[in-house]
Design a binder for this molecule. Structure first.
Ligand SMILES: [Zn+2]
Length: 174
């Protein structure tokens, strides 16, 4: 891992700190940081750096190792979020208004659940379903595949699924 400048004062005199004393060893054995919506395992090890000019201390992690941890240990929501960060919310849809509306709605629910806010009311508004249905769908949401979510929001439109063509599309699937 390379030494970055201090995020506060941009100073380049940076020391690496190793855990020592009462915080090392068995006392910390059960303490792990885990990416949100990931089961088992842990985030890659943290490296702590300290600025020798202003004293700020900050942790870093190997980003590729973090991505690998999310891909291997994350649930659908965690892995889809990584995919959305890399390829955008409209990644697998044609460039049409209908597709964009659906992708935006799914991204909104994903974001609410990921940030641990209650998405039931918003989900109900977006889909026009009953409270019971909204609660059931939201409960299942973190485990739903991207395809299942698209289908819940009516994509692809059912009348067009039968023959595979869609005259309303502005652009073909890609
Ligand atoms: Zn500094």
């Amino acid at each position: 891992m390379t030494e970055d400048p201090c995020p506060r004062c941009r100073g380049t005199d940076v020391a690496v700190l190793d855990a020592a004393g009462p915080f090392s060893g068995p006392l910390y054995a059960g303490f792990v940081l885990r990416p949100r919506h990931c089961k088992g395992g842990a985030a890659p090890p943290l490296q702590f750096s300290a600025c020798l000019a202003c004293g700020l201390v900050w942790p870093t992690v190997d980003p590729e190792a973090l991505r690998t941890a999310i891909r291997s240990q994350g649930d659908e929501l965690a892995r889809q979020r990584l995919d959305a960060l890399d390829r955008g919310p409209f990644r697998d849809l044609p460039d049409s208004d209908a597709a964009r509306d659906i992708a935006a709605a799914i991204a909104e629910i994903d974001a609410l659940i990921y940030s641990r806010r209650n998405p039931v009311r918003r989900y109900r508004e977006l889909r026009g379903v009953t409270w019971d249905q909204a609660h059931a769908d939201v409960k299942a949401w973190p485990g739903l595949t991207r395809e299942q979510k698209l289908e819940l929001f009516g994509w692809p439109p059912s009348k067009k699924r039968r023959d595979g063509s869609d005259p309303d599309f502005d652009a073909p699937f890609h």
